[in-house]
Ligand binder design. Structure first.
Ligand SMILES: Cc1cc2nc3c(=O)[nH]c(=O)nc-3n(C[C@H](O)[C@H](O)[C@H](O)COP(=O)(O)OP(=O)(O)OC[C@H]3O[C@@H](n4cnc5c(N)ncnc54)[C@H](O)[C@@H]3O)c2cc1C
Length: 289
């Protein structure tokens, strides 16, 4: 019998004693002492669905879902598409708002799981709270790698990983704005497509010779490039960024100089150069990477 089942039956025994004896405070204390605690760190699609699955499989203990982003768990695929194109009509929540209350899943949002102690089975959060757990699931997903050369330029430089990123981007993708997309992978090309739909002038630059080289056969990459060119997107392949500066002449603009000497000016730069696994918490917990 799994530990949580025996603990759950102890909990219901405690509930019976309390109901019969009518001492609610003791009931709550016994219940909390006996209920196994399952902490999930990372309130993304994986974390939110893992929490739901625990309940679906009958886990009766406490489930805490800890996420460092403020919004309730949401799906990222719409961020490069409908969230930009139809923000008012688009919902990307993993579960409906009431789901977490209905399923007795506690959400702790806007706070990071910072220091795990696997020996003591505790997790200290970024706000200083320490939670004792029976099981800890690390579902911290991935993050967008940063390009310091571009980040150093300050405003009008973006990546796209979070809902917050998408909301900031929406302000850039306006008719006539010159948008430079760095990276012709899936997200770069999706962003280029959305930006064109919104009336922007788009240039995509890619250091390798082809689009979507990591995830699609050359034929498909070439086909998608043709579609983009047909919609007015300029694509440049085979030269990485040699330098990036902000120029404040007649207009404030960002100028990228490529390794082949080509100069590309834009009002905003969005880079989508892949993802890297977010293993910080797993490493801190001593898991082998
Ligand atoms: C713009 C965009 C479009 C996409 N489109 C598609 C698509 O069309 N099809 C497809 O299959 N996939 C797509 N993906 C990829 C897909 O969204 C990911 O595979 C998916 O989000 C992975 O879910 P996850 O829960 O494992 O990780 P994540 O979504 O990365 O979630 C992990 C969460 O954990 C949080 N976290 C990290 N560390 C901590 C910590 N210490 N404490 C608390 N919280 C922490 C992170 O902030 C994040 O909220 C897209 C991604 C993006 C960004």
């Amino acid at each position: 019998m799994p530990a949580w089942e025996s603990a759950a039956s102890a909990t219901s025994r405690a509930a019976c004693i309390s109901d019969a004896g009518g001492i609610p405070a003791i009931h709550v204390e016994i219940e909390n002492m006996k209920r196994p605690v399952y902490v999930i760190v990372g309130a993304g699609q994986a974390g939110a669905n893992a929490a739901a699955e625990l309940r679906r499989q009958g886990f009766a203990g406490r489930v805490l879902l800890v996420g460092d982003e403020a919004p309730p768990p949401y799906e990222r695929p719409p961020l490069s598409k409908d969230v930009l194109l139809r923000p008012q009509e688009t919902r990307c929540a993993v579960h409906p708002d009431r789901f977490y209350d209905d399923q007795d899943i506690e959400l702790k949002l806007g706070v990071a799981g910072a220091v795990p102690d696997a020996g003591a089975r505790t997790l200290t959060l970024g706000d200083g709270e320490t939670i004792a757990y029976d099981k800890l699931l690390i579902a911290t997903g991935a993050r967008a790698p940063r390009l310091p050369l571009l980040d150093a330029l300050g405003p009008n430089v973006h990546t796209l990983r979070t809902l917050d990123d998408a909301r900031q981007l929406a302000g850039e993708l306006q008719p006539g704005r010159r948008i430079v997309v760095v990276g012709a992978g899936v997200i770069g090309l999706e962003l280029a497509s959305s930006a064109v739909d919104l009336g922007a002038q788009v240039t995509v630059i890619e250091a390798t010779p082809a689009a979507m080289g990591r995830c699609a056969p050359p034929l498909l990459g070439a086909f998608l490039c043709d579609v983009h060119r047909g919609r007015g997107v300029t694509l440049r392949f085979g030269a990485g960024i040699a330098s990036a500066v902000r120029e404040q002449g007649e207009q404030d603009e960002i100028v990228l100089t490529l390794e082949d000497g080509t100069r590309i000016a834009g009002d905003a730069v969005i880079y989508g150069i892949g993802v890297e696994p977010d293993t910080a918490l797993a490493q801190a917990a001593g898991l082998a990477m």
